[in-house]
Design a protein around this ligand. Structure first.
Ligand SMILES: [Zn+2]
Length: 352
């Protein structure tokens, strides 16, 4: 069995150009070519183009204000004075109304677009340009089309989502992510009647956005293994083992932070620990980042192709309908084969 692949040509339309990291513009790594190298490596899998879906599940996950901002930001920026002011066409926030600024006072929404952006974007690395919204919205359709395949009887379906999504909360975007594809897929599975949905996030970074969306929810478990934020890694303030959910969602979040340099043995062991934790789920979403690979420029983990294959096997062995949603993975030379290895593992021994 080869796991079906869902993609959309529109996901190529987002071009990050650069990130602003500690004051320095650095070339973006979440580039359109990621789509092409993954597709090339999955040649031979049944492949489908995403079909359009309405905003229903998207609006369950995200606040309408965030969606409206993202849908119009690039156009509004182009219509504003920015070409003359700064000579560049990307929406970059510079002003962030943090709790420290607000000091308990009720703020009046900012008038200027360059000030408004910081109400939604929480870092300086996640630029919005022409095509960003179209690509992010297409990625949601990719995730929902993959969920459709699984709900129609496929054991698993792979959603080639780009840009990735697991850093997006209900109200805010960042970490090279704009819309939370995995969370939207989980909502679709729930709505179709799955009572116990689990999200296992194997990306090298903690999926703070997904955690936030389901933090107080008893119906979706979120488990993640990732490089320890306490060692100085994004998203810095979340992803620690002490975070386990709250309210009705107490105990439904689980984090396994790993030391820098972690390789296949303990990494696959952590995947197995999460698999055991969600063993009674009726449907699974995997946030399939492959940036834990040794050569990836964005993380210090040292997972190999065999490690990803083994992780796929562990999660595939749960034997539940699974939507595999692409998150990070930035080493263009190896990205495709790492995704292919995971899918091969997830499909099980018959694919060997
Ligand atoms: Zn990542």
């Amino acid at each position: 069995m080869r796991i079906p692949v869902v993609w959309s040509p529109a996901t190529r339309r987002h071009v990050p150009r650069h990130e602003v990291w500690v004051g320095v513009p650095t070339p973006g790594t979440e580039v359109p070519e990621r789509v092409d190298v993954i597709l090339a490596a999955l040649d031979g899998h049944p492949t489908y183009e995403a079909t359009p879906h309405d905003d229903g599940f998207l609006r369950t996950v995200h606040d309408g204000e965030l969606l409206d901002f993202l849908a119009t930001a690039a156009e509004d920026w182009a219509a504003g004075p920015y070409q003359e002011l700064v000579g560049q066409d990307r929406v970059v926030p510079y002003f962030f109304p943090t709790g420290a600024l607000l000091a308990g006072m009720p703020p009046t929404p900012a008038a200027a677009l360059h000030a408004r952006a910081g109400s939604y974007c929480y870092d300086t690395m996640t630029l919005v340009g022409p095509g960003t919204w179209e690509a992010a919205r297409a990625a949601v359709d990719v995730a929902l089309t993959a969920a459709d395949l699984v709900l129609a009887g496929d054991c698993a379906a792979y959603a080639l989502c780009r840009p990735p999504g697991h850093h997006v909360t209900s109200h805010g975007y960042g970490g090279s992510c704009y819309l939370n594809n995995a969370a939207v897929a989980a909502e679709a599975l729930l709505a179709a009647g799955h009572e116990k949905v689990a999200i296992v996030d194997v990306d090298a970074h903690h999926g703070n956005g997904t955690q936030a969306v389901f933090w107080e929810r008893p119906d979706v478990r979120y488990g993640s293994l990732h490089v320890d934020p306490a060692a100085g890694w994004f998203p810095h303030v979340f992803g620690h083992a002490s975070e386990t959910g709250a309210g009705a969602g107490a105990g439904t979040t689980r984090n396994l932070p790993l030391p820098e340099g972690t390789g296949d043995g303990p990494w696959v062991g952590a995947v197995a620990e999460l698999a055991e934790w969600v063993a009674d789920c009726t449907a699974l979403v995997v946030s399939l980042g492959v940036d834990a690979a040794g050569d990836d420029p964005e993380s210090p983990l040292q997972v190999t192709e065999d490690g990803f294959r083994a992780a796929g096997r562990v999660l595939g062995d749960l034997g539940v309908p699974s939507v595999l949603v692409q998150e990070g993975g930035y080493d263009l030379t190896n990205l495709g084969r790492l995704v292919a290895a995971y899918l091969e593992g997830h499909a099980g021994p018959a694919a060997d």
